[in-house]
Unconditional design. Sequence first.
Length: 242
Amino acid sequence: MAVAVKHLSADGAAEITSKSWSDIIAGTSNTPLKFFVWNVGDRDLTNFVFDVVQVGTGDGYNYVKWAADTVTLSCPWGFTATVVGSGGSIPSGTTYYYKITGTNAAGETTGSLEVSGTTTVASSSITLAWTALPSATGYKIYRSTTSQSYGASSLLTTIGSGATVSYLDTGTATSAGTLPSANTTGGASPAYGTPPTLGTSAITIGTLAKGRQWIYWVGLVVGASVTESGNPRYAQRRFREA
């Protein structure tokens, strides 16, 4: 079954267009890399499963191993914007766009799926809500008047509690702060974290909620003194609803 997902690079920012190992790994071996899959569809994906399928034949000395990343945070999901016709200073006919990030001691995620709200009366406010992000220590909300454009002064608020799941935007001005281009909650560039122990068993993700990212590591294993001839590097990552 086809699913609406984006396949992202190690920092969670750049989308990967090719799923073949040789295109991604670019000639190296024995160095695990981190990737993301992001549910950008219009529904939750249930019984979601991840595994890797080796493509081609060989003598068994060149294969892949993988593992879930349980350290790096997904961007927040379940993000909504609801216009309230009172309680604020937002003028009628104003459209605001929002993205939210999660934070921990290591850093900040990239932005969530975008939401927006358009006021129809004067003195409006907009209620923002989201699902509590496991292991987050807080959140940052960014606001713009242009869809998908969050510049150097787009930070609306910084929230210092991971348990907080709502914020009322009354029209307060934004301040200095730019939406991150990389997810640093698992560690800094270039690896953005430390690989765990990898294995070869399929991983049942369960429900991948709309807007949630699932992060994983993949490593290529090449035996000592093994040539590449007869041992293809191609491996396809496979996501499916079981």
